[in-house]
Design a protein. Sequence first.
Length: 379
Amino acid sequence: MIAAASLVAVAATVTGAMAGLNGDGGTAEARTLSGGPPGHPSHPGPASPPPSPSTTSPAPQASPRPSGTADARPSAEEPETDRPTGPRPDGPVKLYRHPESQVRDWVRAHPDDPRSAVIASRIADRPAAVWFTDPDPATVTAEVAAVASGGAERDRVPVLVAYAIPDRDCGGASQGGARNLDAYDAWIDAFAAGLGDDEVIVILEPDAIAQSDCLSADERADRFASLVRAGRVLKDADPRARVYHDAGHSQWNAPDKQATLLRLAGAAAPDSSDGVFSNVSNFNRTDAEIAYTRQVLDALGGPPGLGAVIDTSRNGNGAPADGTWCDPPGRRLGRPPTLTTGESRIDAYLWVKLPGEADGCRGEAGAFSPGYAYELARG
């Protein structure tokens, strides 16, 4: 259930803006490059099992999508309890901040709004993922190339979300995707053709693995075969691409179960994977996600270099106690995006879900809500 969380279609072009974390001024919110699900909250968890990982709720029942609460302990440099106050220096390698995003558009259009300065410094000036959701392969190559080359020109690493798998979100708020797996394979080929040869991070199909229970056994096997192929195609096209597979989040599937699914989808093979991602659009605390992804990686096996990336965009206060996943009040921004986490096997904290883009309750799924963005920024 990616529902309205981080995808906002950008008129037939790169909708997601990936901002560079330290350094360039980009926006933390990325638009959906080609028009994807209205919202992508990273399922909090299904009613019993996490329904749709992409929704923004924390518990498996609400919607398995990561809700954004990373459970990790705050570091001395960036305590989880501290409010972000603006761009911070990153490590030697920095994330790319794409210049186009809904939040950046809003800040430009509302210079006199009393909320503008806070939203600009704490959200718009942070790097965020760019979502590619339009299943038409005719446009995706140029869209991916625009983001990848933008990062390369600035010596920054862009984060790209590939989100076009058939039966996306199991018919939920972020439903859509390619018409079938043959069409999806062609789309992945076109996506890979735009990567170039510089370093990029690819978040491969949020919810596609954790939320695969809605498929029949044969359909699941076919999907996983396409994901194995997708990882291999992406890494063949750009050997410097880092490809991460869907681990759901700590309140969804048990680590052993998720690792079994991930293995079938190619996440343990070095020619198609660099590891896993968790908490997309969810609110689970960073330390909980660190512990969970390490358990998943241990159960997964594979080469020792496999790591994890965690969505920390909205998990500063953790997940709501009542399991609410749709634009819940009382949340706030989590740790700023960085490629320097100080935690073994944790490759990055990323803002995959775009803070301020509604899950469907504070506005239309995927639409930017300045009121919600301000609440998240103020905490």
